[in-house]
Design a protein around this ligand. Structure first.
Ligand SMILES: [Zn+2]
Length: 276
């Protein structure tokens, strides 16, 4: 990890010095957002997080792909529909590796950089329709595709601080940062702006599929119907204002005039029946 960061970042630094700070960022980042990390950095960081998760089955009991091949095949089909929407910026660069974590008590999903995504059985079983599940998958795919983790990391530490680490060559500080990222990603709390961005992107992805484009609102609608807008639910702790978000997601759908007709095929119930 340390070697990777030092090597990659030094290369980045040299490029900046050669070509000047702003023009280089703008020409190289597809989202036109200032991001000191390369897409390869996102992939490596995500891979490291995935390895940490895989090495801790007590905390993250991941459903085996071979034992639950049918469930994974179904889910990957939904993921592919999003990836083929024509709206995923890093469709070909990132891994888009989605895992199911077997814990019915946890209503959560999260995305590590580079397209490593995790969904808990608790959340899958709580949702009522395929559209709603695809909406959440879209939201998590959006966090990775918009590179929110590395952007947040940069905002947290500051560009000048990250550059000073490189110039100073302080491997201890870099190691500390790398450890913090891996340790906090599962409960990573994004800004409201990033959450709004991920919601909006989910609507855009689903607009180009067979699904109701406001599918991401389905989870929040159920929470609202159960009077749990302020409940202590894991996904809600990292996704604030659940009940206001129904309105904003629906506004985004109205803005781009995409279909909000529920598809909800019975296959979603069949999928749930495949899970332990
Ligand atoms: Zn989110």
């Amino acid at each position: 990890m340390i070697i990777f960061f030092r090597g990659k970042m030094k290369k980045t630094l040299i490029l900046i010095l050669i070509s000047g700070l702003m023009p280089w960022f703008h020409s190289c980042d597809k989202n036109e957002n200032l991001n000191l990390f390369s897409t390869e950095d996102d992939l490596t960081l995500g891979h490291q997080v995935a390895q940490q998760i895989a090495s801790d089955p007590a905390t993250f009991p991941i459903l085996d792909r071979n034992d639950y091949a049918e469930a994974y095949a179904y889910m990957n089909q939904l993921v592919d529909r999003i990836l083929n929407s024509g709206e995923v910026v890093y469709r070909d660069e990132f891994v888009w590796d989605v895992h199911i974590i077997n814990d019915d008590s946890i209503l959560n999903a999260f995305a590590a950089p580079g397209g490593y995504i995790y969904v808990y059985t608790g959340l899958i079983k709580y949702l009522d329709a395929e559209d709603h599940f695809v909406g959440i998958l879209g939201h998590e795919i959006a966090h990775a595709d918009l590179r929110h983790a590395s952007r947040q990391l940069q905002a947290q530490y500051g560009i000048s601080f990250l550059l000073s680490l490189l110039i100073g060559g302080d491997p201890g500080a870099l190691e500390q940062i790398a450890g913090q990222i891996a340790g906090t990603l599962t409960g990573l709390k994004y800004s409201r702006e990033y959450e709004r961005e991920a919601d909006a992107r989910s609507v855009r992805y689903l607009a180009e599929t067979v699904y109701a484009c406001n599918g991401a609102a389905g989870f929040f609608s159920k929470i609202e119907s159960e009077g749990k807008c302020n409940a202590n639910i894991v996904w809600l702790s990292t996704h604030p204002d659940p009940c206001q978000r129904i309105e904003s997601i629906n506004e985004m759908a109205a803005e781009i005039q995409c279909s909000t007709d529920d598809l909800d095929p019975p296959s979603y119930r069949d999928f749930i029946a495949l899970l332990p």
